[in-house]
Design a protein around this ligand. Sequence first.
Ligand SMILES: [Zn+2]
Length: 79
Amino acid sequence: MKCEELLTYLSDYIDQNLDEELTEEAQNHLATCQNCRVVLDTTQQTIFLYRKQGTRNIPAGRRQRLFKQLETAFLEKIA
Ligand SMILES: [Zn+2]
């Protein structure tokens, strides 16, 4: 799995919506890729903060922006 692919699946990975095979591939990638681990941590922390505030679900639009931001930051980093 490539970084770009992981990014595509990241949202579903966090929500545990991926099938076993993809989850394993994502985990394998995360085990070897520091950049993606940082992105995952940041995303999870953001989601955690939302939940702490009592927001159970991040509004879809906000969530989309969040992932877009991460994607941009990430692609700049690996470029
Ligand atoms: Zn990666």
